[in-house]
Design a protein around this ligand. Structure first.
Ligand code: PLP
Length: 359
């Protein structure tokens, strides 16, 4: 297995892949692969409902919220959120903490009135804004945040208290990596391809009163209402991806649930951040320490030449995916749920050795 630090699609637990292989051509004695089954069959329906139930259980989704499996990635949610929740005469606030929040805002701007509630762009997105920096009116349609900034390596630790203003969060790159209180949010969305399974499924958790308030004249597939009413089976859902998500969720449960996964994630990130903190003139962490992401560790080396040597050497040793995002450069190690502690320890050792060689 590669030492896979890809930002997404990302590593999946080996046990999950092995179980999928086991069941690949014959699921449970049906003589069919899950991807060959009718989405209206009892067998598939059981997989579908079990996956939704596991999302509820592991994320702690309370009554009054729907769990939806959609397609189009998180990027389609950038549009579906304002289509459903941004009526004429109201404005939606966006907190800009990186490229994905910018994209979410841009899409909303096509559809209605928006405003920037806070932005840390001036400081190269090194930090998450404090509560006192975020401004929005009590009549705002909603406030949108990106819980983890995959490209810049920052993460919210405490979400803003928005009172009666609905809080919407893009959790694509940290869903199920730590405990959250779903009640704080009106809607959570996440592309599956980092912590939940293969790409092709988008998880949406949405408060039912929001769904009911949305306009009914939107194209059918773009209404949360339709998917909620039909248990995400209005049309053919991404059946194999949902089955895979179910396997990943069972794996999370087997690990001891979200609390246990969070503990491990803290340990993993701690290993890499310690090397950065121990060598502040050599490994230049991008994020301010209080805004650091447990999922994506971003750093630079003192020169482009050293960075290239670091990345080439890492590749030769079997590390995958350590290049920073093409828009910012540098290095990035993505430490999603499925990345084992041992792989993080191997990266730590490589970083320490590389530093010694260039002392
Ligand atoms: N939002 C965040 C925080 C992301 O990391 C990504 C990257 O994959 C996206 C949105 C875009 O997701 P998708 O490719 O599923 O549209």
């Amino acid at each position: 297995r590669a030492l896979n630090f890809n930002a997404g699609p990302a590593a999946l637990p080996l046990e999950v892949l092995e179980q999928a292989r086991e069941e690949f051509v014959d699921f449970g004695g049906t003589g069919m692969s899950v991807m060959e089954m009718s989405h209206r069959s009892k067998t598939y329906e059981a997989i579908h409902n079990e996956t939704a139930a596991l999302v509820r259980e592991l994320l702690g989704v309370p009554e009054g919220y729907d769990v939806l499996f959609l397609q189009g990635g998180a990027s389609l949610q950038f549009a579906m959120v304002p289509m459903n929740f941004l009526p004429k005469g109201k404005a939606a606030g966006y907190v800009l903490t990186g490229s994905w929040s910018e994209k979410a805002l841009k899409e909303a701007q096509r559809l209605g009135e928006t405003f920037v509630a806070a932005s840390t762009k001036d400081g190269h997105y090194r930090r998450i804004p404090g509560a006192e920096e975020i401004s929005f009116g009590r009549d705002s349609a909603y406030l949108h945040v990106t819980s983890n900034n995959t490209i810049f390596g920052t993460q919210w630790t405490r979400f803003p208290d928005t009172g009666s203003v609905p809080l919407v969060a893009d959790m694509s790159s940290d869903i199920l990596s730590r405990k959250i209180d779903v009640r704080q949010f009106a809607l959570i969305y996440a592309g599956a391809q980092k912590n939940l399974g293969p790409s092709g499924v988008t998880l949406v958790v949405v408060r039912q009163d929001m769904v009911e308030r949305a306009p009914e004249d939107l194209p059918t597939m773009l209404q949360y209402r339709i998917h909620a009413k039909n248990n995400s089976l209005y049309n053919t859902p991404p059946t194999f991806g949902i089955y895979m998500m179910g396997l990943v969720l069972k794996w999370v449960k087997g690990q001891g649930g979200v609390e246990a996964v969070e503990r491990r994630n803290r340990e993993k990130a701690g290993l890499i951040y310690k090397v950065i903190d121990d060598n502040p003139d050599f490994y230049l962490g991008h994020a301010e320490p209080t805004s650091r992401s447990l999922m994506n560790v971003t750093f630079r080396l003192p020169t482009p030449e050293l960075e290239k040597e670091f990345l080439d050497g890492a590749k030769a040793e079997g590390f995958v995916g350590l290049n920073g995002h093409r828009s910012v450069g540098g290095c990035r190690a993505s430490l999603y749920n499925a990345v084992p502690v041992e792989h993080c320890a191997a990266l730590r050792d490589y970083m320490v050795e590389f530093r010694k060689k260039h002392a």
